[in-house]
Design a protein around this ligand. Structure first.
Ligand code: ARG
Length: 271
């Protein structure tokens, strides 16, 4: 009887340590022994992550590569649907997320965020001949968003706090597909992150315009499993990359002519 109880306790302890492992992710030691760190992203988000031929490139990829270098491991990229990135992290299929992911209170329930590294907002894209000139014009309209993004939450307005009441929200896996529907006249506007909107408009200069008015204020950060010991390490490396000017260098490489994501609150505080 005693023996059986001990076995039971041991089984319970093993189950517990396994959940604890999946919960807070791999340790730095485990990652270094493995020789690689796995980043979850959705490479449909130029200039942050996108495909150049078969290679995934972009601001987040360069920052993540610098972090992996600093940790002395290779970077492996897992390119999945944006809304699958947090579940993948929680399931232990990735060590972190770098996906132009905005910090939100809701996501904080499921992940730990690093210090923010980029200021962003949601922007409005319309067809060149559209009569929508700002946020008020979105009321009652059919709007395309990328599934599971902050643009999706803003338009879907589940908590009723948005200042615009769009008529219908259409969800897409790729921002590019939303833009195709915009050009085809199937939707009235696309709501997507400002720099990504800029790139999409640049690609269709005769057909699509990005409006000046921004809908939200957001900050991008990388996400790690709740309680991960890596978050502090990531923050140290991000601070070093900021201080050395490497972060600005990466940003202006993709944004052009010295444009950067501006000073995030964390960067201002560091001064
Ligand atoms: N910033 C937005 C959000 O966090 C959109 C991010 C989409 N990123 C991507 N790689 N597709 O919801």
């Amino acid at each position: 009887m005693k023996k059986r109880l001990l076995v039971l306790v041991m089984a319970a302890a093993a189950a517990f340590s396994m959940t604890a492992y999946a919960g807070s992710g791999r340790t730095l030691d485990e990652i270094q022994k493995d020789g690689k760190i796995v980043m979850a992203t959705n490479a449909e988000f130029e200039p942050f992550e996108y495909k150049d031929d078969d290679k995934i490139v972009g601001i987040d990829v360069d920052i993540a590569t610098a972090i992996a270098d600093e940790l002395g491991v290779d970077l492996e990229i897992s390119d999945i649907a944006f809304e699958s990135t947090i579940p993948a992290l929680q399931a232990g299929k990735a060590d972190f997320i770098a996906a132009g992911m905005s910090v939100t209170e809701d996501r904080k329930k499921n992940v730990d965020f690093t210090d923010p590294y980029f200021n962003a907002s949601q922007a409005i894209l319309v067809a060149k001949d559209s009569d929508i000139t700002g946020r008020d014009g979105l009321n009652g309209k059919t709007v395309g968003v990328q599934t599971g993004t902050t643009g999706d939450s803003y338009c879907t307005d589940e908590d009723g706090t948005s200042d615009v009441k769009v008529g219908e929200v259409k969800r897409y896996e790729k921002g590019m597909d939303a833009v195709s529907d915009l050009i085809a006249g199937r939707i009235d506007a696309v709501i997507i992150d400002n720099f990504v909107a800029g790139k999409l408009a640049e690609k269709n200069p005769d057909k699509v315009v990005k409006l000046d008015e921004a809908l939200t204020e957001e900050e991008y950060a990388m996400a790690l499993p709740k309680g991960s010991e890596l978050t502090a390490k990531f923050n140290d490396i991000l601070a070093e990359l900021t201080e050395s000017g490497k972060l600005d260098e990466i940003e202006s490489k993709y944004l052009g002519d010295g444009t950067t994501g501006g000073e995030t609150e964390a960067e201002t505080e560091a001064e």
